[in-house]
Design a protein around this ligand. Structure first.
Ligand SMILES: O=C(CO)COP(=O)(O)O
Length: 162
């Protein structure tokens, strides 16, 4: 499954602890994240994450574009409900697209726990029906490894990292 992580600054520590707790489970999935969230998750876990731009610079919209192409199966977005964000329209747009395409979203730890249990149980298998013929997203780490192994560059879309 393709799982995307986003967290506002006041919620980043909570998300890091959450991802550490379920790190083993997340290892079996393709992971995506907005710039700072993804970088912090990589620094605090052994997970490899395809990182987009920082949220206020367009990262939410980049994940939204994946949602619109049915390339995200689960969004874990720890929003900070007590702090207004300069890119609120982007956040609303991302969550709206998840509703348009029926993508499971957790905006807090309690829901994230439930969705992760569901992921673990295999309740997301129905998403495999619509996840065929997806593009291969290479993380920077995989990109470097494939370059050192061979000069052949696979058809890929690489995350733009800031
Ligand atoms: O602002 C965000 C989501 O709206 C998160 O972006 P960062 O992960 O780059 O901090």
């Amino acid at each position: 499954m393709n799982v995307a992580f986003v967290a506002h600054d006041g919620k980043k520590e909570e998300l890091i602890n959450f991802v550490i707790a379920y790190e083993q489970l997340f290892q079996d999935h393709a992971l995506f994240g907005t710039g700072t969230t993804g970088t912090l998750l990589m620094a605090n876990t052994g997970l490899d994450i395809c990182r987009f731009k920082s949220g206020p610079l367009g990262g939410d919209q980049q994940i939204g574009a994946m949602v619109a192409r049915n390339e995200i199966d689960l969004l874990i977005f720890f929003r900070d409900p007590l702090v207004s964000q300069p890119h609120e329209p982007d956040i609303t747009a991302l969550l709206r697209l998840c509703d348009v395409y029926g993508i499971p979203v957790a905006t807090n730890m309690a829901t994230a726990e439930l969705l992760i249990q569901a992921l673990h149980r295999g309740d997301f298998h129905w998403r495999e029906i619509i996840s065929q013929n997806r593009p291969v997203y290479l993380t920077e780490r995989k990109m470097k490894a494939s370059h050192s192994e061979s000069q052949d560059v696979l058809p890929s879309i690489t995350a733009i990292n800031n």
